[in-house]
Design a protein around this ligand. Structure first.
Ligand code: FUL
Ligand code: CA
Length: 683
């Protein structure tokens, strides 16, 4: 009996009440391919290739296949971790700028087939693909157009080579969901032994339309990533942060990264002609590739959550990188960090208070577009209003006073991105008080605000490109996250530790061990002039919870150092303040260390200001015992510094030195060298 009742009922309903006509789309809108991709939200990067073994960020191209030799490679471990972390896919660096390829390509000898790994019979792309399929992850391929190994790079022949390799990758390994074309083009390289600088015109040289047509033909469902699309665009930084205002609309044909003032366009454009959503890429460590010296620099839980909210919470997808280590495994610390993040995301969104609320909209478009669609967990059902009405609001009544600190909104972007301004209010004794506000929404927007109590809230859609079309509204109460304290030191060696909020206790150690609450409380500044590692935690006596430890590795204090320059501002290069910097008209920085030291390396922090200039791209380090006679002890490049201006740490064989001179041989933009901070390593 029951069996037949439902279809009959459905049939009856569709006769008696017509669904109103849906709103007209506002162009641009996503393609089918982009609609499928936008649901993924969170996926992983694997940077594992020759650089893992040469300990570099950018290989020069003269590396030897023999160097590629992981001892315990297990792609299933990568896939397991990605899956447990809630990622929907993985993208692997099939070929990075150094040109080495992870599969036995017919078109080059510079590949795994000439490496000791699996006796030269291995195919890492195949192992990667098998592992991803086993764990139900989508497979993506990173392919660097810039190739510092290939002799023909810069000539038309190389473009044929590139297309041949793409054909191998996109034909032999099944379905690929994203093809990632890197925008970096540094210039110098080995190039088959030519060892020179080769400049190409990024836009004409590669003849992208032909390559894109090839990708479409071989993998019609694959999203193509590059600085400006065609399908998904770079977010414009390597912090993993999208913007408060982030449009998926882009003037695709006139905007590209690398152009001047790219950060003006990185947010997309309200009147953009094409649908090109952003992807926020970030590494779980400072570098993209594995370096043992970054084992203690894995991002902390608060840092990872900040990334989550600033990417996925700001209309972007999130691509987090694992720098797979020389064993061929994701490092234990990286695994721990990503799983903590996954657990915290679950915790923050565990209970959606909106599902218990009564929704009342200022108006609706009629049957099929009611406010109840806003909390049915289905992106494809939405609430919208009659054409012509520009402002609208939705009220939620929880039935009783509840506490919350997150608002999640999804726009039904399949009909175009519309909202330009919205606000959140709560009812207090019959009056509405603003809690938070936002600009764009897009596929997903999450507002964070401090714990708020209310029985009724209201979301006002204040401005848009057309009527709001909203899929989902969620309200959550995310448990507080304790941020680790900040540890800083003055040049004279006074260390202070600062908690993120008052009412928290601080505990610390100076012997490398992990601090414990109740042991060695921080009560005020203390002195550290010799190389020392300081760890510190904050402890919340109310909840009994501790933060993750913060860590700082201090070397010799800089108080007695002198900068050898007549410019009084030069002191800013060694003032222990990361946000101050010095511009050197002579491009170099000379320091009198005031005593002879065992120099084992140095540190260069590029300037951290918003509009940077003069990052050192190629450096030389000289030392002297008298400040007159110098010897050069190191020379090299700070790879990828332009896109990722992180602290550069160079370790060297020990040498005795009283004076040190860091010289910029080349800066990224040709302007005089800037120094955020210079430091030495003596341990
Ligand atoms: C950049 C590259 O230069 C880095 O090495 C890294 O691969 C990152 C994802 O993209 O442009
Ligand atoms: Ca819905």
């Amino acid at each position: 009996m029951k069996k037949y009742a439902w279809p009959l009922l459905a049939l009856g309903l569709s006769f008696c009440a017509e669904k109103a006509a849906p709103p007209e789309p506002i162009l641009p809108i996503p393609t089918e391919r982009q609609i499928a991709w936008q649901e993924l939200q969170f996926y992983g990067f694997v940077h594992f290739n020759m650089n893992t073994f040469s300990d570099r960020e950018w290989g020069f191209g003269d590396e030897k296949p023999e160097q590629f030799n992981p001892t315990a490679l297990d792609a299933r471990q990568w896939a397991r971790i990605a899956k447990e972390a809630g990622m929907k896919g993985l993208i692997i660096t099939a070929k990075h700028h150094d040109g080495f390829v992870l599969w036995p390509s017919k078109y080059t000898e510079h590949s795994v087939k000439n490496s000791p790994w699996r006796d030269g019979k291995g195919d890492l792309i195949q192992e990667f693909v098998d592992a991803c399929r086993e764990y139900g992850l989508k497979v993506g391929i990173y392919y660097s157009p810039w190739d510092r190994n290939h002799p023909d790079y810069g000539k038309p022949e190389y473009i044929t080579y590139m297309r041949n390799q793409l054909t191998e990758l996109l034909t032999n390994y099944g379905e690929i969901y994203e093809v990632w074309f890197d925008g970096a083009n540094g210039g110098t390289g080995w190039y088959g032994g030519a060892n020179e600088e080769r400049k190409v015109d990024k836009f004409s040289y590669y003849d992208w339309p032909t390559t894109q047509a090839l990708v479409r033909e071989l993998q019609p469902n694959a999203m193509m990533f590059s600085d400006a699309g065609p399908d998904v665009r770079w977010v414009g930084n390597e912090h993993g942060f999208a913007y408060e205002t982030t449009w998926s609309n882009l003037m695709r044909d006139s905007v590209y990264a690398g152009m001047q003032d790219f950060d003006r366009w990185a947010t997309g454009q309200e009147n953009g002609t094409h649908w090109v959503p952003t992807e926020s890429d970030v590494s779980i460590r400072p570098g993209w590739y594995y370096h043992a010296y970054e084992d203690h620099k894995v991002k902390t839980l608060p840092e990872l959550m900040e990334i989550y909210y600033k990417s996925i919470g700001q209309n972007s997808s999130l691509l987090i990188n694992f720098p797979v280590d020389t064993r061929g495994l994701i490092h234990e610390k990286d695994e721990e960090a990503i799983l903590k993040m996954a657990a915290k995301i679950k915790e923050d969104f565990a209970v959606n208070l909106a599902t218990e609320a009564t929704f009342t909209a200022s108006s609706d478009r009629g049957k099929g577009y009611k406010a109840e669609n806003l909390s049915d967990g289905d992106f494809n059902t939405y609430w919208t209003i009659p054409d012509g009405e520009m402002q609208a609001s939705v009220e939620l009544d929880f039935g009783k006073s509840v506490s919350f600190n997150r608002l999640l909104i999804q726009e039904f972007v399949n009909l175009g991105q519309r909202v330009k301004a919205f606000s959140l209010e709560k009812e207090v004794n019959g009056n509405w008080e603003k809690i938070a506000e936002g600009t764009t929404i897009g596929y997903k927007r999450i507002l964070r605000f401090s714990d708020t109590k209310a029985q009724k809230i209201r979301i006002n859609f204040l401005d848009g490109k057309g009527i709001p079309v909203i899929s989902e509204i969620g309200v959550y109460s995310a448990p507080a996250l304790l941020f680790p304290p900040k540890i800083t030191r003055t040049p004279a060696g006074k260390v202070s530790i600062e908690a993120p909020e008052s009412d928290l206790e601080i505990y610390f150690t100076t012997d490398g061990s992990t601090p414990k609450s109740g042991e060695n409380a921080y009560l005020g500044e203390f002195e550290v002039v010799q190389p020392t590692t300081v760890h510190a935690i904050v402890f919340d006596p109310k909840s009994g919870k501790s933060s993750d430890p913060a860590r700082m590795d201090f070397d010799l204090a800089k108080g007695s150092w002198k900068v050898m320059s007549s410019d009084s501002l030069a002191i800013r290069a060694i003032d222990e303040r990361p946000n101050s910097y010095w511009t050197s008209k002579t491009n170099d920085l000379t320091i009198d260390l005031s005593q002879e030291v065992d120099l084992k390396g140095f540190i260069y922090l590029p300037m951290q200001a918003r509009y940077p200039t003069g990052y050192i791209a190629e450096y030389a380090l000289e030392v002297s015992n008298d400040g007159k006679n110098w010897i050069q002890i190191a020379r090299g490049e700070f790879a990828n510094i332009q896109n990722s201006p992180i602290e550069q740490m160079i370790r060297l064989d020990v040498v005795k030195a009283r004076f040190a001179k860091l010289k910029a041989l080349r800066t990224t933009d040709g302007n005089p060298a800037t120094y955020g901070e210079f430091g030495i390593i003596t341990r």
